[in-house]
Design a protein around this ligand. Structure first.
Ligand code: BGC
Length: 749
């Protein structure tokens, strides 16, 4: 054979091999499961049938968390987020790039990117505006994708059962309907951007102290009607791809190996189709966790890697059980659109993000007190303004822990060049109340004091027309608040400033409630939460009346800590040393350590339900918030089936404004329920003198109690009294309906 012949033969045979290969292995774009018209379940099943054992096992675990511990080589394509699951490239199944993103995408500082910080989740809940929540989630979804992620680890919906929980700022408040609706809507908005949504921390992760050891004891009915109801409503709203189980135990078992939570409730009762991901190092076993319903271990492969493989090969875990876990991972990818529309890095819309962040912050601000109409501040007569408070000249505080969003250029209060954000540092965002006030009052003389020297602050306050004190309380994952008092002697500072200037406005930058021993001596109080990237601009628009405040409290502000159901945050006994601050090794091995118990004896009485049942007066009630105008409510009517109520809302003042018409319900006597529960609401914007009728759908779940005998929610026969008004304590209208025994279908499908 000549050289020319052999070359020709080589060319023909390579062509044949290539054509043969194409015929045998369809190209990625022609896989049958890529047909978007097919239901996600069917597509997941088709992929599953093609997968090898090793590919399946690889989908059950993470590859290590960047920055902590060892990274597995399979994680080479990780985008650097907190978690990563490898995909199956030969089957066109993308990996899952997971990032914490509670109020914005985290870790952008370390990846050289930029993220918008939105107001905290608690602040979002204070808007009582599900449409705002959709926009909130959608922005986070877009920024996740722009940074190369396709799954969020946000979606915190634990109830503020313990008011000093250090993560309350990441959650949606104390009421299951409000929290479930608002956080569920945010995740719905996020998932619509083709990012896998997540709800966490399932369940009863209501305190951080000893979170890896604590065994939360609670009776089944209370569990279903409080903390689990928030998840149930959020699941129905969001249909998320994932649920993250929590660190703690619930009634004896760790949440991540708790058959009752993960299978009986989540799968059987609620028909959840996505996957359960463990909280980071929250997995404690292989066989038990797998049987219980944990699908995916993060961030490592301690229990769901080689050990899992062995358990399948020696028959301790069946092939069907393994397949079920993988099927759920695949389902989440198809249902959320992640498989069809891969995330590509692109430029974040900084301007658009700042605009939305500011709008939402304005909507979230709650005006708590406004005597003699001190607010809004008018330019005229405002010659000298005192601005007092830590860092109020340059920054406002944000919520910490794994939710921490990095400010551009790092922590605003650090000297330049050392602005990096670190775990357990208080991070201040570069949004300056002083500067925003200067822009709003260009002709005024504005004086600043940090308050470190109360004498100086008092002297300034005395010579000014108004004194604005910005007070803060920092919250973070991995700690609880030592108390509800403002730290660093800020109460004393406020007392002194208020004594020096009767026109003192206190602005709170807090994650949740604080006590206010000075409340009766300060004429104006504003709750600004952790307001995000443009918090100061939003605050000043409210202070000056450019935006009429309409936020309503998603939590009760009690008079004193002595009024809380749990008098002290429960901490682990020293002998168990299963403290969060323990070394990583101990964190991982804590399954063997002795649990300590928190008895949630308040049961159904979470938040306002507790204070109302005990007839304890509160400082500011759940649902409360003032406006620069006033509203009246009238004509409450209920349909005989209790499914809809309607009422008239009138703007009785002289300024346009928004309010939230709130409907609560008292269940029939004999049900042993707390006095009232939120049953629905409508947010309405009205011009002066305008009246509008609002119609509010009542979710049958909110008329039901959980019957542990039948394992179902049911409406019991009797008289249901709806009450309506502007907060849980101001309900001038009422109407009754009589309902017969029935069982709503509460399952999210
Ligand atoms: C937190 C989770 C978080 C995870 C990953 C854990 O410490 O509890 O909320 O998503 O870390 O960062």
């Amino acid at each position: 054979m000549t050289k020319a012949h052999s070359l020709a033969l080589y060319a023909v045979s390579s062509l044949l091999i290539a054509r043969f290969a194409i015929a045998q292995i369809p190209s990625a774009s022609h896989q049958p499961w890529e047909d978007r018209r097919l239901p996600p379940e069917q597509r997941a099943e088709m992929v599953l049938q093609q997968m090898t054992l090793d590919e399946k096992i690889a989908m059950l675990h993470g590859t290590g968390q960047p920055g902590t511990g060892i990274l597995a080589p399979e994680g080479r394509d990780s985008n650097g987020g907190a978690g990563y699951m490898v995909g199956v490239p030969r089957l066109a199944i993308p990996g899952l790039q997971m990032a914490d993103a509670a109020y914005g995408v985290t870790k952008s500082g370390t990846t050289g990117r930029y993220s918008t910080a939105l107001p905290s989740n608690m602040a979002l809940a204070a808007t009582w505006d599900p449409a705002a929540a959709l926009r909130y989630g959608s922005l986070i979804g877009r920024e996740l994708r722009a940074q190369g992620y396709n799954m969020t680890l946000g979606g915190g919906v634990d109830l503020a059962r313990e008011l000093r929980n250090g993560r309350n700022f990441e959650y949606g408040g104390e009421d299951p309907l409000l929290a479930g609706t608002m956080i569920g809507s945010a995740i719905r908005g996020l998932q619509a951007e083709h990012v896998v949504g997540d709800l966490k921390h399932y369940a009863m992760n209501d305190q951080e102290s000893g979170r890896n050891a604590v065994d939360e004891h609670i009776d089944e009915r209370s569990l279903r009607e409080t903390d689990l109801l928030a998840f149930q409503i959020a699941l129905r709203e969001a249909k998320p791809g994932a649920v993250m189980c929590s660190y703690n135990r619930v009634n004896g078992d760790f949440a991540c190996e708790n058959q009752h939570l993960l299978t009986d409730v989540l799968r059987t009762d609620w028909h959840f189709k996505g996957f359960v991901v463990s909280d980071w190092q929250g997995t404690h076993s292989t066989v038990k966790a797998s049987h219980a319903g944990l699908d995916h271990e993060e961030p490592d492969a301690i229990f769901y890697g080689q050990d899992y493989r062995k358990a399948v090969l020696d028959g301790r875990i069946s092939q069907q059980e393994l397949d079920e876990h993988v099927r759920r991972m695949l389902y989440a990818e198809f249902a959320s659109g992640v498989a069809d529309d891969p995330a590509h890095k692109s430029v974040v819309d900084v301007e658009g993000g700042l605009r939305l962040s500011q709008q939402l912050a304005e909507e979230s601000i709650v005006l708590l007190k406004n005597e003699k109409q001190l607010l809004p501040l008018r330019e005229n007569g405002m010659h000298r303004i005192a601005v007092i408070g830590s860092h109020a000249d340059i920054a406002m505080i944000s919520g910490g822990g794994s939710a921490q969003v990095d400010p551009p250029a790092g922590n605003a209060i650090m000297p330049s060049g050392q602005g990096d954000t670190h775990w357990m540092d208080k991070i201040w965002f570069p949004t300056s109340p002083l500067q925003a006030l200067k822009e709003a009052f260009p002709a005024a003389q504005i004086e600043f004091s940090s308050g470190d020297d109360p004498a100086e602050a008092t002297a300034i306050a005395k010579r000014c027309d108004v004194a604005i004190v910005l007070a803060w309380q920092w919250e973070s994952e991995a700690m609880d608040l030592a108390s509800l008092s403002l730290p660093e002697r800020q109460d004393e500072l406020i007392e002194r400033v208020a004594a020096a200037n009767p026109r003192t406005v206190v602005v709170l930058e807090t994650g949740s409630a604080v006590t206010m021993p000075w409340a009766s001596r300060t004429p104006a109080i504003v709750e600004a939460w952790y307001g995000g990237s443009h918090a100061a601009q939003a605050l000043v628009r409210v202070l000056t009346g450019k935006t009429n405040p309409a936020g309503k409290l998603p939590i009760t502000f009690p008079m004193s800590e002595a009024d809380l159901p749990h008098r002290t945050v429960k901490t682990p006994p020293p002998a168990s040393t299963e403290d969060f601050y323990g070394p990583q090794g101990a964190e991982r091995d804590h399954a063997g350590l002795p649990p300590f118990t928190v008895d949630n004896t308040e049961g159904l009485k979470v938040g306002y339900k507790w204070y109302q049942a005990a007839k304890k007066p509160v400082l500011f009630p759940f649902g409360f918030g003032l406006s620069y105008t006033s509203f009246a409510f009238s004509n409450l009517k209920a349909q005989p089936d209790g499914k809809t109520v309607s009422l008239f809302v009138t703007n009785t003042g002289s300024t346009s404004g928004s309010t939230v018409a709130q409907v609560y319900v008292a269940l029939p006597a004999g049900t042993e329920e707390p006095p009232l529960r939120l049953a629905g609401w409508a947010r309405v914007t009205l011009a002066p003198s305008e009246t509008r009728e609002v119609s509010i759908s009542i979710d049958p779940l909110l008329l039901s109690i959980f019957n542990t005998g039948t394992n179902a929610f049911q409406i019991v026969a009797g008289t249901y009294r709806f009450r309506a008004g502007s907060s849980s304590e101001d309900l001038p209208l009422s109407v009754e309906v009589n309902l017969a025994l029935s069982a709503p279908d509460p399952a999210p499908r």
